[in-house]
Design a protein. Structure first.
Length: 249
């Protein structure tokens, strides 16, 4: 599928494991099924606590570009992966506009990728490396997390802070459509607010323990994938489900 209602849609993939893995089974299928997204690609992961993002503005459907992506995958054995193939709605095909984005805030490094659209007029206050709409959404979430955690001299958590930020964002932009994956290297936050573009999730039992995959590509495998309910925030930690919120709107 290349278009939904005439709108170009990017594809998302995430992996969270309790031991290091390469996603050699799933990522090649993700790239094949997302090969109609011609405006760039990226893959983000962690080396220790350091976020590493490799991005390109190249067309993933080209064989030499696909091989470059798969070569990164083959040599990257880690616990957390966020990957994205881009169908641009704003910004030129360029590495700096490809997802995932990363930044440092709250004494940790964050990786973010999304699909969908919000007409969000918001400044990019963090060192994200891009000014397109996607970077503005990332900055909005991080800013509101910081405001929540550092206000009133109270001990507060990231999960309730992110829920509060999302409620505010959706109240301000009721016609928005957005799915996203956000990670700080331990937790992966998965949010679905794009009702005709589901997010699917699956737990696989590996020889080392658990692995959870999330994606917008329904055809990733013939296993029993579940749909994430709209407007709920799912939190995954090291290959295990941690919590799923009530509906935020």
């Amino acid at each position: 599928m290349s278009f939904l209602g005439g709108i170009r849609v990017c594809e998302l993939f995430g992996l969270s494991c309790n031991e290091k893995d390469r996603a050699v089974r799933s990522l090649p299928v993700f790239i094949r099924e997302g090969s109609w997204c011609h405006d760039g690609w990226g893959i983000g992961y962690y080396k220790g606590s350091k976020a590493v993002v490799e991005r390109s503005g190249e067309d993933i459907s080209r064989q030499e570009v696909k091989e470059k992506f798969l070569n990164i995958m083959e040599k990257t054995k880690i616990k957390t992966i966020i990957a994205h193939v881009r169908a641009a709605t704003s910004g030129e095909p360029d590495p700096c506009n490809s997802h995932p984005f990363k930044t440092r805030a709250l004494e940790r490094e964050w990786i973010f990728a999304h699909n969908g659209s919000i007409n969000l007029n918001y400044p990019v206050r963090h060192d994200i490396g891009s000014k397109i709409d996607s970077a503005r959404r990332f900055s909005y979430l991080i800013d509101h997390l910081e405001q929540y955690l550092y206000s009133n001299n109270r001990i507060r958590g990231i999960y309730p802070g992110l829920k509060k930020a999302l409620k505010k964002l959706l109240a301000e932009h009721p016609w928005s459509r957005i799915n996203f994956l956000l990670s700080d290297g331990n937790n992966m936050y998965v949010f679905h607010h794009y009702h005709d573009r589901p997010i699917y999730y699956l737990r696989r039992q590996k020889e080392y323990g658990g692995a959870i995959l999330v994606t917008t590509v329904k055809e990733l495998s013939n296993e029993q994938w579940q749909k994430l309910d709209p407007d709920k925030l799912l939190v995954i930690i090291n290959g295990e489900y941690l919590v799923i919120s009530d509906k935020l709107i």
